[in-house]
Design a protein around this ligand. Sequence first.
Ligand SMILES: [Fe+2]
Length: 109
Amino acid sequence: MDTAKVIEALNKAVALEHAASIQYKQHALLVRGLWRKVFADFFFSESRSAQEHAYKFGHKIAALGGVPTIEVGTVHQSLDVRRCYNRISTWNGRPCRPITRRIPWPRMT
Ligand SMILES: [Fe+2]
């Protein structure tokens, strides 16, 4: 096992989780409208999950003798809940099933 490569890969995951944590929290704070409560609670819960994931990955890095990154990936801002949902419910342009299954976009009929 190439420990340096494993640490590098884990640090990329930590940076993504840091970004996700901030992104979700910002979405929770900015979401507006009729569905505010539903989406704010969902985004905040996801923020906490991402924080926990970053912490777990950081422990693995430390156990391997590395230093967990404090870098944060790109964070976006939007007041449009649909845009926030779309941003977190896709990965590389494809639907992220764990997200869309937990909280499907509400049908307005
Ligand atoms: Fe995660």
